[in-house]
Design a protein. Structure first.
Length: 630
C-alpha cells in the first residue's frame, strides 16, 4: 500500500494522528508521522519502499525534494499560525521578537513585520544554515532581541546561543490541507500508472513491434516484439535516446519528419520492414511519436492467411475465362469483350437464359480485374423477399429484429468491400427495394438495418438477368435509373441452341468432371461421333441441362463404352419421361396447378434450385405452389 510520510518539526496529538488515519480509511494509502531529525540526512533513513509522497516544510522539505525523486508537498505556515505564536511569546513577556524562517516557508513578510511601541517584530528568511547560525549569534552579542520565533533550525540555533526560542507550529488545518494535496498527487499518479499499464498491455498484445518516444526522442515504452527485432532494447534504460538504439538515418529521418508515414518499406538488420510513424500532438505541440515495425515476410504470411480464410468462407471466385468452353465465333467475341470489361471499374449487366453461364462470366471478370485478390460475393435476388434482401445486403445491428444474431451481422456489401458483388436475377428484385439499392450505389455507403451510421463501401457491381430489362421497365417493374446505374457495360450470352458447335466440347468437359466425381470410368473412342445425338436436342436449360444429362449418363449408362446408340437411347428416355404429366381434375384450379408443379418437380432430376432456374420461378414461389396440397 502506498504511504504518505509526514515529517514535521512539531509533534501531533494522538487525536490528530487518528484523524489523519481516518481520512485515508477509504483510500489505498496509509499515513505515517515523525518529527524532524537533525541533521537533515537522518530523515532519509525514514523513507521506505512504500513511501509514495512526503509532506514536510522549510529547509528539510527542500533537502528532501533535492535528495529524492518522491513527490514532495509543502506544509504551509499561514499568517494566523505566526500570529498565534507571536501572541503566545508576547504574553510570556518578550517584546523584541526576531522571526526567522527558511526561504519560502512563509511569504507574507510585510503583513506581519511591524513596530508597535514596546512590541517590535522583525522577520528574516535564510537559505544558508551557516549564515542563519552566525546571524543569531550576532543578535545575541548585540542584545537587540528578547526571543526568536521560527522553524526548527532557527530555534535550535537560538537555544544554542542562549536566546529564548519558540517553534512556530503549522495549524491543524494547514497540515490537513497538505495531506489532501498529497492524496490528490497520489490519485493523479495512480491514474497515470493505470494509463501506462493499459498502454503497455495494449502494446504487448499487438503482433507488430512498437516503440514510443517522448518530445526529446527519449524511449518511453516498447513491447516484447520490439526486443526480438531490436536486441539492443533489452539493455535500454529510460534515459536512452532513440538515436542510441536506432542508427539507421532513414528511420531517424522518418521520426524527425513529424508527419504520419504509413508502411514505408525500410531495410533494417538485413530484413525488409514496413514502418509506420505516427507523431503525437497535444495543443498543437509535439509531445512524442509511436513507430510500428512489421516484417514484410510476416505481412505477406498474414495476407495469405486472410486469403485462405476468405476462400474457406466461399467469398472467392473460382472460375476464370479459361474455364469457358466455346468454339462459336460470337461466343469467343463475348469472352474477349468480357475480358476487356475486367480492366474497367464500370458496372456490368449480363443477359442470358438460365444455364448460359452468367455467374461463370461474372467470376471470370472479377478474377481478371484488379480486385482479384479481394472477395467475390454473390446473391440470388429472386430467392429472397424484400426484408430478407435488406438484411442480407445491408446487414443489421444487434436487436434490430426478432431473431437477429447477438452483436449484429455485416451485410454482403460490407463483406464484398474492395471486391465484387454479383447480383443474380436482379430482375426479380422488388421495386420498393430497388430504390434502396439505387441510393447505396449512388452514395457508396450502406446503413445496417437498425443502425444509425453510414458505412462507406467500395464495391464493383455485376448483375445478371434472364429477362429483357427494357420490357420490365416498360411495365413499371424495374426502375429505369437503377437500370442505367447497373448497365454501364452489357453482355448478351447466347443460348446453347444458337451455338451448337459448343454442345459436344461442353458435353466432353462435363463427362470428364462427372466421371471423376462419381468415381466411374467410361471409355469413349470418338467423342464427336458418340455424342452427336446431343445435337438433336434444344437444351432449353442450356449448359446446366446438358451437365445434368451427362451426370445421368455417367450414373445410369449400361456398359463401359459410350456409343452414339447408347446416348440416343438415354435421350429418348429423357424425352419420354419429360413428355407428359397427368393431374387429377378438381373443382379448385389452385389445387390442380399445385398437382402440375408437383408432377413437374418429381420428374426433374436436378436440385430444387436448378428446377426453379429451369422454369424461371423463385424457390419461394415453388414452395407456395406446392403447399396448396398440404
Amino acid at each position: 500500500m502506498k504511504e504518505i510520510l509526514v515529517i514535521a518539526p512539531f509533534d501531533l496529538t494522538d487525536a490528530q494522528i487518528v484523524k489523519m488515519e481516518n481520512s485515508l480509511k477509504e483510500l489505498p494509502y496509509q499515513f505515517r508521522f515523525m518529527e524532524t531529525l537533525l541533521p537533515y540526512e537522518k530523515n532519509l533513513d525514514a523513507i521506505s519502499p512504500s513511501t509514495s509522497a512526503i509532506v514536510s516544510r522549510g529547509g528539510l522539505g527542500e533537502f528532501l525534494r533535492s535528495h529524492t525523486s518522491i513527490p514532495f508537498i509543502k506544509i504551509p505556515v499561514t499568517p494566523y499560525d505566526l500570529l498565534r505564536s507571536i501572541t503566545s511569546v508576547y504574553n510570556k513577556g518578550y517584546q523584541r521578537i526576531q522571526v526567522m524562517f527558511f526561504a519560502g516557508i512563509f511569504n507574507d513578510m510585510d503583513f506581519i513585520e511591524c513596530d508597535f511601541g514596546a512590541l517590535q517584530i522583525k522577520i528574516e528568511s535564510y537559505r544558508d544554515q551557516a549564515y542563519a547560525k552566525e546571524h543569531i549569534k550576532q543578535l545575541t552579542k548585540r542584545k537587540t532581541v528578547d526571543a526568536i520565533i521560527g522553524d526548527r533550525f532557527a530555534t535550535d540555533a537560538g537555544n544554542e546561543a542562549t536566546i529564548p526560542s519558540f517553534l512556530v507550529k503549522s495549524g491543524e488545518e494547514a497540515l490537513v490541507f497538505a495531506v489532501e494535496q498529497a492524496i490528490e498527487t497520489l490519485n493523479i499518479q495512480l491514474e497515470e500508472e493505470a494509463k501506462t499499464k493499459e498502454l503497455d498491455s495494449i502494446l504487448q498484445v499487438v503482433p507488430q513491434a512498437v516503440i514510443n518516444v517522448d518530445a526529446n526522442d527519449n524511449i518511453k515504452m516498447f513491447n516484447e516484439q520490439a526486443k526480438h527485432i531490436f536486441p539492443e532494447l533489452k539493455e535500454a534504460l529510460p534515459e536512452f535516446n532513440y538515436t542510441d538504439i536506432f542508427k539507421s538515418k532513414e528511420l531517424q529521418d522518418q521520426l524527425k519528419a513529424r508527419t504520419i508515414q504509413r508502411n514505408i518499406l525500410t531495410p533494417i538488420n538485413n530484413q525488409q520492414m514496413l514502418v509506420t510513424t505516427t507523431p503525437i500532438f497535444s495543443n498543437d505541440m509535439y509531445v512524442g511519436a509511436i513507430q510500428v515495425f512489421e516484417r514484410l515476410a510476416d505481412f505477406q504470411k498474414l495476407e495469405m492467411k486472410i486469403r485462405k480464410e476468405v476462400y474457406k468462407k466461399g467469398l472467392t471466385a473460382k472460375h476464370t475465362f479459361a474455364d469457358i468452353v466455346c468454339e462459336n465465333k460470337e461466343m469467343k467475341r463475348l469472352v474477349s469483350e468480357a475480358a476487356a470489361f475486367s480492366r474497367s471499374e464500370g458496372s456490368v449487366l449480363i443477359y442470358g437464359e438460365t444455364g448460359t453461364g452468367k455467374e461463370l462470366f461474372a467470376q471470370s471478370i472479377h478474377n481478371a480485374s484488379d480486385r482479384h485478390a479481394q472477395p467475390f460475393v454473390s446473391l440470388n435476388c429472386g430467392a429472397l423477399n424484400e426484408n430478407l434482401l435488406e438484411s442480407e445486403l445491408f446487414g443489421y445491428e444487434d436487436g434490430a429484429f426478432t431473431g437477429a444474431l447477438k452483436g449484429g451481422r455485416a451485410g454482403l456489401f460490407e463483406m464484398a468491400h474492395e471486391g465484387t458483388l454479383f447480383l443474380d436475377e436482379i430482375n426479380e428484385m422488388p421495386r420498393s427495394f430497388q430504390i434502396k439499392l439505387l441510393r447505396v450505389l449512388q452514395e457508396n455507403e450502406v446503413r445496417r438495418v437498425g443502425g444509425t451510421k453510414n458505412i462507406p463501401i467500395n464495391v464493383r457491381i455485376i448483375c445478371a438477368t434472364n429477362q429483357p430489362m427494357e420490357e420490365l421497365i416498360r411495365h413499371g417493374k424495374f426502375k429505369e435509373d437503377l437500370y442505367y446505374r447497373i448497365s454501364t457495360l452489357t453482355l448478351d450470352l447466347l443460348p446453347l441452341r444458337d451455338r451448337k458447335e459448343d454442345i459436344i466440347p461442353l458435353a466432353t468437359v462435363f463427362l470428364n468432371k462427372e466421371m471423376e466425381r462419381e468415381n466411374r470410368f467410361l471409355k469413349i473412342n470418338d467423342a464427336k461421333s458418340a455424342l452427336r445425338p446431343l445435337l438433336s436436342m434444344r437444351w432449353d436449360g442450356n449448359a446446366r441441362e446438358l451437365q445434368n444429362f451427362m451426370k445421368r449418363l455417367v450414373i445410369t449408362y449400361q456398359g463401359s463404352v459410350i456409343t452414339a446408340d447408347g446416348v440416343h437411347l438415354l435421350l429418348n428416355k429423357a424425352k419420354k419421361k419429360s413428355g407428359e404429366v397427368t393431374i387429377p381434375i378438381s373443382t379448385s384450379f389452385k389445387e390442380m396447378e399445385s398437382h402440375l408443379w408437383a408432377q413437374l418437380y418429381s420428374q426433374f432430376n436436378g436440385t430444387k434450385e436448378e428446377f426453379c432456374n429451369h422454369y424461371k420461378i423463385s424457390q419461394t414461389t415453388l414452395w407456395r405452389k406446392l403447399s396448396v396440397q398440404k
